[in-house]
Write a protein that binds this ligand. Sequence first.
Ligand SMILES: O=C(O)CCC(=O)C(=O)O
Ligand SMILES: [Fe+2]
Length: 265
Amino acid sequence: MQRAEYFINLERYPIHQPEAAATQQLLATCQAQMKQAGVCVLPGFLSLEGLTDLVNESNQLAPQAFHSAVKGNAYLEEVPGDLPKDHPMRLEDTTALGVLAYDQIPIESGLRKIYQWKPFVDFVGQVIGRGPLHEYACPLGAINVAVMKDGDYLRWHFDQSDFVVSINLQDPKAGGEFEYVRNIRSKTDPCYKEVRELLQGGRKNVEVLDNPPGCLVLFEGRYTIHRVTRIQGDVLRLIALYGYALAPNVTSTDYLRKIRYGRTH
Ligand SMILES: O=C(O)CCC(=O)C(=O)O
Ligand SMILES: [Fe+2]
């Protein structure tokens, strides 16, 4: 049984020593990235042996992932029938992916060890900068591994949560790139024109995230639209997604669980 320390490259990212000058410097750099770009990338966050173990484990579990193909808009909301046909809220696309739920992740998994490790939770919380983080109280959603196979695709969307924490485990042979348009909308302006152009195939301000396996990514997706391009080839795209909340006892609705996991418990 390995502890969280085994899975993380602590020499490069000494988050277990929060008071150390190097850690303070790291934190400042991450906070600045987050503030400027809404995304923070920590390459090589996993140790080599940790990454190898987690890749093996996830590939073994992958056949048990619940696969769904769901059509919808970029807002993850009901499509209103009374708007013009080319309103971005009416532009639909299909997301197809497999998901391993929290209860399918073994108790001994390094993914759980990292997720629950206080120095990790504290560090991520400080980078996000919105107060202490709590484990997401959803028995299915606290940790997910998204399993994407040949032909799978995650359509352009805005997240309904403020931030996502992910660890890329395995890249497919081709495709599977995380694309985003930084702050395409804001709290006060939905910027429908820009969103429409993008959904209709425009490439204005599209950036591609460089997150090779072993990378930790913190991402704010409420105003930054993003997608994962179509997977090509027989190697799975595997990425761990960590759910944290800004308050205790936050969970998800039965409706969302049914769509994502095919079950409510
Ligand atoms: O798979 C990814 O890289 C991103 C997932 C994502 O955008 C989401 O779950 O909302
Ligand atoms: Fe997202």
